[in-house]
Design a protein around this ligand. Structure first.
Ligand SMILES: [Zn+2]
Length: 192
């Protein structure tokens, strides 16, 4: 199989060709050359097949950069994307087959805390019958209510919705009927 017909893969030019691939750390033979930049089409990098292909893949990415920037990019790519710890020796903690250990149970505790939290919220929210919930809404409560609070709210609402205060407004009158009913329901619910 030959890659020599791929775009931008050129036959080796023995005169300027270095012995080894110019990708840092690569010891492969440099059989392929690539222009360093669009503005430097007669100045080449020399790469092995793997690295000329990588370079070509990144051609558009490198296109706007200067020669120095390109070289720096290639170098950074080599340094930072490789594991820097030595294989074997002190690196064994991260070696293959190492199981994640949670000796202190931190992650397990956090996970179950999350689960308990939602359970607690559910159990603390009182589950009233629907007619009690409706009565609470009508009297403008959004949670549990004491008899004192209920009576106080009722007085306040009656004062506000009394026909004398609303010029016989029908909507206020209807609302007051609902409130009287809700008040009776909640009083009974609270054992009063
Ligand atoms: Zn190479």
């Amino acid at each position: 199989m030959s890659y020599s017909r791929e775009p931008r893969l050129h036959e080796a030019e023995t005169r300027t060709r270095p012995d080894r691939c110019e990708h840092p750390g690569c010891a492969a033979e440099a059989n392929h050359r690539a222009p360093k930049a669009r503005s430097q089409l007669d100045d080449y990098y020399w790469f092995c097949l793997d690295h000329i292909r990588e370079y070509n893949r990144n051609w558009n990415y490198y296109a706007g950069m200067t020669d120095t920037q390109v070289e720096s990019e290639i170098r950074n790519d080599t340094v930072w994307r490789r594991p820097t710890w030595p294989f074997g020796g002190t690196g064994e903690d991260f070696g293959p087959g190492t199981r994640f250990r949670d000796d202190l149970g931190v992650f397990e505790a956090a996970a179950s805390m999350g689960a308990n939290k939602s359970r607690d919220q559910d159990s603390k929210r009182p589950q009233y019958d629907s007619h009690i919930q409706r009565a609470l809404r009508i009297m403008n409560f959004d949670g549990p209510v004491t008899l004192t609070e209920l009576k106080s709210r009722y007085k306040e609402l009656v004062k506000r919705l009394h026909p004398d205060a609303n010029g016989g407004d029908k909507a206020a009158e209807d609302k007051l009927k609902d409130i009287n009913q809700a008040y009776a329901t909640l009083k009974k619910f609270l054992g009063a």
